[in-house]
Write a protein that binds this ligand. Sequence first.
Ligand code: F0G
Length: 429
Amino acid sequence: MSEPLEWLQCISCRKTYPLTEVLYHCSCGGLVEVQRSPTQWLKISRPLIEARRLSHAQEDISGVWRFREGVLDLPLPSIVTHPEGGTHLYQRSELSQWAETDEVWFKHEGENPTGSFKDRGMTVAVSMAKYLGKKFVACASTGNTSASLAAYASQAKIQGVVFIPQGKISMGKLAQAVGYGSKILSIRGDFDKAMELVQKTATQLQLYMVNSLNPFRIEGQKTIVWEILEQLRWNAPDWLVLPAGNLGNTSAFGKAIQEALLAGWIQNPPKIASIQASGASPFYGSYLKQFASLEPVTADTVASAIRIGNPVNWTKARDCILKTRGVVTSVTDGEILEAKRQIDLSGLGCEPASAASLAGLRKLRREGVIPKNARVVCTLTGHILKDTDTLMGQYQNPHGNSHGNSHELPLGAVEIEPTVASVAKALGL
Ligand code: F0G
């Protein structure tokens, strides 16, 4: 029998499993990841990836499937693509100045079809679900994963089921899951409870779970980093800064860097800076204790996307931070909202959790961890429209009694009669 080209492997005991085995943990309890043979890696190269940008086929337009030999080598008819990825890399001098850093880039993952980076992982996990003939796909979510799952499940004609913490996700994200037609299960409990429940359900009711414990999610999310490298002409930046909750993305970033080195696409690995909200920072707590253990917390932060107290991918993420000699830190809600305001005013815009990246960069600069002349890429994980309640709350009259979801005029807005004279008066002309 010939050697497999791709397989699943435990990150702890290295036990291997076939690629098509439905598996979220190894028999030893360790997390599993996709591995591929040197022969498989020979199938993909920088020229091939770049040449596909000229193609009009959906799987080549996708910023995920353009890298398919290094993501998941499925038969093309099984691929469920929107397409996704192909997001832009921006520079804004005022934001570089604000972060006191010479060269900062912003990878805007809010430009994905459902408005967050989750689409990159979801296209791969749902394609696998389709390939395996699954009837249900399920996830627990703080909002973005559920929005993404709902869209891709509908496209694949598979029933989506989303477990969401009651009252804890933004209306926009919930509306997406509703609109795209998933079954909504509102859990009396927080995200961590919902995550526990979806894992039990996945095992006992054979729902196919597409949280980032699903190794195929991580494979898709690696392409954020690979696209950044390609956009920077394969001159790797010094630092990649990103917000961290359940730690799937930190794990994906680390794997992407290791594999880019292995494939010879880059020579110098970027370091990862993983940024948590201070009210939801168990990974940061663990980092401070040299990762001896992870103590779960009850999470509380304005950045609802990363309101997570017991991140399921922490062992994978720990290995990534150690291997890239990266860092973990935390920022307060005030720092997150301040950074968000700067990002919004630059015209880029993002949801609160995404702004943790810029807030974290500024903090790490001030602490001297990241030097001024470093080349840095911050990932903006979600779109400004994802959480309009928080945004409007920021601009609400502090003396008003609304919490952002009313039709009260935001601070600075003026109510006028529909006349040119009123406009002139309001503008001081
Ligand atoms: N940024 C945004 C906008 C997110 O939605 C998430 C996670 C993260 C950052 C953190 O990524 O969990 O891989 O460390 N959102 C998940 C969800 C948990 O359910 O949508 P992570």
